[in-house]
Design a protein around this ligand. Structure first.
Ligand SMILES: [Fe+2]
Length: 219
């Protein structure tokens, strides 16, 4: 459990550095302010993890989190690519949701383990963070569904110069040049793949989902 908390401590600190770049890259003011708000939450999440170390009488030390590093790398690669407008924003949302789901999985496991080990205070503290991650994920989905995916689907048709867009457009029978927009054309309720591609966090909080579910029933 402590090792996993170290992994999360490193992940959150990587995100504190990466989120400003994603916010700066966003076209939509709404998306930018959503990312900036989550940056503030993330700074608080780092502090909560430091509190958790203290409760467990452990030194606050991170351990390189390769998973979140990979997700951040994909996000910065996206910013380097030739996407703009709502298509870029849809991609940023997809990347941000990958990060949220990764964190939700990890926090779900740590919370379940903390309960199992009789560390109820640590569990309650990290549950606050888990709720923030879920909230951020839901807000990203709502923004994608309410406007950005639709805009990306129509803008995608104008980006003929993009090799990737052209390839995907033909695969999507004439719809936009972006993965999220292609998905949304099949399923209008879809927010960057969340509902069709990822199980709901409440039913599968992570690789330790069953432990977490039974732990929350007991509490
Ligand atoms: Fe976080």
């Amino acid at each position: 459990m402590v090792e996993e908390i170290r992994d999360l401590y490193d992940a959150e600190r990587q995100l504190v550095k990466a989120l400003p770049k994603m916010a700066k890259g966003a076209t939509s003011d709404e998306l930018r302010s959503l990312i900036e708000t989550h940056l503030e939450e993330t700074q608080g999440q780092v502090k909560r993890l430091e509190q958790a170390f203290e409760m467990l009488q452990e030194k606050p030390r991170g351990k390189h989190c390769a998973g979140i590093a990979g997700i951040i790398k994909e996000g910065s690669d996206l910013l380097e690519e030739d996407f703009d407008g709502a298509v870029l924003d849809a991609g940023i949302i997809a990347g941000a949701q990958r990060a949220e789901h990764y964190e939700m999985g990890a926090y779900g496991s740590v919370i379940a383990w903390a309960k199992q080990l009789g560390e109820g205070d640590v569990a309650s503290l990290l549950e606050e963070t888990l709720e923030e991650e879920k909230g951020a994920d839901e807000k990203l989905s709502a923004l994608a569904e309410s406007s950005i995916n639709q805009e990306a689907a129509s803008e995608g048709g104008d980006q003929d110069s993009m090799e990737e867009g052209t390839r995907r457009r033909s695969a999507a029978k004439g719809n936009g040049g972006n993965g999220a927009s292609r998905t949304s054309s099949r399923d209008s309720k879809n927010g960057s793949g969340k509902r069709s591609m990822v199980p709901p966090p409440s039913s599968k909080p992570g690789r330790n989902g069953s432990a977490s579910r039974s732990a929350s029933r007991r509490s």
